[in-house]
Design a protein around this ligand. Sequence first.
Ligand code: ARG
Length: 432
Amino acid sequence: MKLWSKGFEPDKMIEEFTVGADRQLDLQLARYDVEGSMAHITMLESIGLLTREELDTLLDALKDILAMIDRGEFTIEPGVEDVHSQVEFLLTQRLGDVGKKIHSGRSRNDQVLVDLKLFMRAELKEIARSMMRLFDRLQSLSEEHKDTLMPGYTHLQVAMPSSFGLWFGAYAEALVDDMELLAAAYRIADQNPLGSAAGYGSSFPLDREMTTRLLGFHTLHYNVVAAQMSRGKTERAASMAIAAVASTLGRMAMDVCMWMCQNFGFISFPDEFTTGSSIMPHKKNPDVFEIMRGKCNRLQAVPNEVALLTANLPLGYNRDLQLLKDIMFPATVEIRSCLDMADFMLQHIRVKSDILSDPRYDYLFTVEDVNRLTLSGVPFREAYRTVGMQVQEGTYKPTREVHHTHAGSIGNLCNPQIAEKMRNAAKEILPD
Ligand code: ARG
């Protein structure tokens, strides 16, 4: 039986096609749907659309449903369309006519909107927590290995001395920019759409400030049409933040794969963190980081999927929007699993010391030697030519001394300043 039933049931094939994955996906919204309903009916009582007794009865029944959700016993039954219908169905089953009063002044359109805002807020918070753990890990690895030099490359050719301190620290600082985007997406999600009803408001005198307070939103989407339009825009912002994190992680995964390769051999992991080959007995493969790289590349397609799904939709609710859940829900799970796996793996990373004593890296030091000559008074262009000619004639001998002092360089990583930036970027999304 549908909420909107008017004496006929839809064809079975139509039903399955339009419900799609909702019975499964909506389970993740169940808690937020109940919380949204609690705020809505508390407000309905305050404007005289429910009596105190009716409110108490409904709140008790909703608390029971929350407990059911906590116990993992909540399901969306066959024949029920979505979580919103299931909650209302349970209420009317238990309470009869009182249950039917809950939907005054709202539509499933603003109900699913509020569920998704609450869901997105919670997911973005969890992603931020995982990012913070990885950030802390990268920063402490950066400090631990700040004196271990490694080659720096441009054009994938040996270029200048770098260090593991710089490498780990670089990914930590890249995550700060990603956190800025995540915090922006969080702010966009943190607005109350409830009361926009089907997308054009209601003739009931709804107290939208009250539900905003009750649900802990920092503000509301005032304009009811803008509130409805925020479906898709919220997902777009969140997916762009997720894609930014994925691009950072994907690049790091690529570095790891490359540096685990025997031709580089800069890093390794204990055997139990690698995988083998069915034919080549010696193999210890970096599958974890390959899967991570692949997942992160796929995640960078998500904003595009959201954009294509929502581009130029007619104003107001359109059922296409339902498919946003199919795109976004797995993406939030994937990015967290990649972040947590990166943190787990990095706990076990082994870093090779003394890489630069290998003569194949001698040319890393040419710039250092040009600079040394320049500091002794030789004009830069002349010093450059002197060292260049030595390289050309095969007489260049590196002094192997590295002395970098400026902010952000090998000798002055500025990790505390980067940590301060991260705290600022995350302070709204992770205030605790
Ligand atoms: N499952 C629907 C969605 O996610 C819920 C809203 C249904 N609204 C409607 N007008 N059919 O969009």
